[in-house]
Design a protein around this ligand. Sequence first.
Ligand SMILES: [Zn+2]
Length: 444
Amino acid sequence: MAKVLRNAILVDVDPIGVEPGSLRIDGGCIADRDAHVDPRPGDEDVDCAGAVVMPGLINAHAHLYSALAAGMPPPPTPPANFREILEHIWWRLDRALDAESIATSARIGGLDALRCGTTTLIDHHASPECIARSLDFIEQGVADVGLRAVLCYETTDRNGQAGRRAGIDENRRYLAKCREARDGRFAALAGAHAAFTLEDEALDALSALADEFATGVHIHVAEDPCDERYCRQRYGTSLIDRLADYGILRPESIFAHGTHLDTGAVARVNEVGTAVAHNPRSNMNNAVGYASVTAYRCPVLLGTDGIGSDMFAEARYAWFKARDAGAGITPDDVLGMLAASARRASVALGVTLGKLDVGAAADVVITDYRPATPLTGDNLGGHFIFGMGSHHVKDVIINGRWAMRDRVIVNCDEPAMRRHAVPVASALWTRMASVECQRTAPSQ
Ligand SMILES: [Zn+2]
C-alpha cells in the first residue's frame, strides 16, 4: 500500500534544505514530493502533524559485534594505551564470539540503530574463532530488524596465516554473494583490520580482492600514532606510502579514523578522494586524539566505531569535540558528514539514500520534533546539534515499509529479542573471561 506523509517539515541534508511539504511513497521509493500531496484511494494517509521528516541516517563505521559489550566486566588489567585497549578488551571479545552471539549482536545493534533513525550500517566485523559465514550471521540479524547494511570481515594477521586466509575467503564469498543478489539491502566491501596487523602478503591479497570486485577496502588507518610508528620501524616507509604501494589507498576505500596522518599524507588522501570515517566519541573514549577533519577535502563520513548507532549523538560530539579542539568547523560541516555517509552507502548499495527526492529510496524518519524556534536551511545544523535527538524519532520507514511505527518495532518481537540476548551476552562474557590477552601489536 502506498503511503502519503502529509503536513511535514521536510528536512534535507544533501543539499541542505527545509520546507513544509508532503511525500508519497510507493513501493520502495519516494514517488512524489510537493507542498501538498493528496492521498489516492487505498493510500495510507499519515498526518505528520507539523513535525520534522528526514531521510534515514547512515552509520558509516559500525562494529555490530560490540552490541553485547554494554556493561561487560572490566579487563583483568586496565589498559594503559590504545594497543592494550585492543589486547585486553576487543581482541578478547572478538575471539569469544560464536555464530549465535554474532547474530544476536547484529539484532540488538540493529534494534538500537533503528530506534535512533539509523537505517543503514557500514559495518566492520571480526570474530577470529568463527570467520566462515560470519557475514551471513550478521546479515540475518540485520535483516530481522529490517535495516540495510554494507558488510566486511576485518582481515588480519594477528591470528596467523590461516586466520588471514579465512578472512580473505569470507570477504570474497560475501562480495560474490552481494554482487549476485544486488538487492539494494546488503552490499560488501573488502575488510581489513589495520596496517599494523597486516603483512605485505595480506595487503596484496586485499588489493587483489578489491580489484576483482571493483570495490574498496574498509580499514582502520592511523587511529593511534602506533600505526604510523610501527610501519616506519618494521617496513621503513610511511603508512600512507605502504597503503598506496599495495593499492589500499583508492577512491573506493574507507579509512576509519585518519586521526594521525600528517599533512602530506592527508594531501595524498585528498588527492585520491578516499573517504575518511570520523568517529569522535570512540576517539575520545580511547584517548587517541582529535582527527582534524577540516584538513580533509575528501568525503568525511561519520561513524560510531561500535558505540551504538545514534547519529544524532555522534553529530553532536563531532561538533563539541571540534569546538574543544579549536577546529573551525560549522554546523553545516557536520551535516555534510551525514550527507557524505549517505552518498558512500548509496554507491555501495546501488540505491539513492539520504535524500527525500522523487526516485530516492524510501528510507524515511518521522520525528515528533516540532521546532519551537524558527527552522530554515540556514540554521538546520544548529537545530540538529542543539535541538534534535534520537528521542524525537517516532516512526521509521525502510525501503517503503514501516520498520518502526509509533516507537514499536514492526518486523520482530523486540522484547523477546532483548530477553534472548541477556543469556547470550552472559555466556559471551564467560567465554571472554578465559581468553588470554594477545600481544601481537607493535610496541608503543
Ligand atoms: Zn573501528
